[in-house]
Unconditional design. Sequence first.
Length: 199
Amino acid sequence: MKKLSLLALALMGLGIVQAQDFDKNLASARSTYSAGNLQDARFAMEQMLRDLDVAIGKEILKLLPTKIGALAVNEKEDNLAGTGAYVGLYVNRSYGADPKRASIEIINNSPLINSLNAILNTPILGGMMQDENQKTIKVQGYKSILTKQVNTETGKTNYELQIPMNNTLVTLKIDDTTEGEITAAANTIPLAKIVQMAQ
């Protein structure tokens, strides 16, 4: 119970927690824990974590660029969710309109993190897994995987850049672009601040 109280105080001290939902779930966790109902106490704690993930997601959205190249942000399409202990934070922001769009997706505790890190940090495995449309690059000091996808119908080239950072995966996708444009766009994302908040 002491750990629960300390966690709650630390999180409220950050100033980014939606107070009403958090306080309600904290009170529920305390009362159900005191009553010996551990299952309901766990559920209330999971709700607190979801509330916290959503609040952190809102702060991360404030850090993201308002433009990717010439593509303006579509704030109405912002998507964020707290998914609890298994996956955690999920943030998605899109830019532009058809036929040229871009998106930034941020997931912590992504199931892909271990696979990407294995490819990036094990040269033999990385060499076997990659093809001519995929390469390893560094973005702001982070090893990343850049994947080129050519649309055979339109002839346009789309790129996807996956940047694993500790337990957080940032994915940038841009349609009809070049390698130079996607790497320039990736350098406008404050990766260090995002990974610090997402942990």
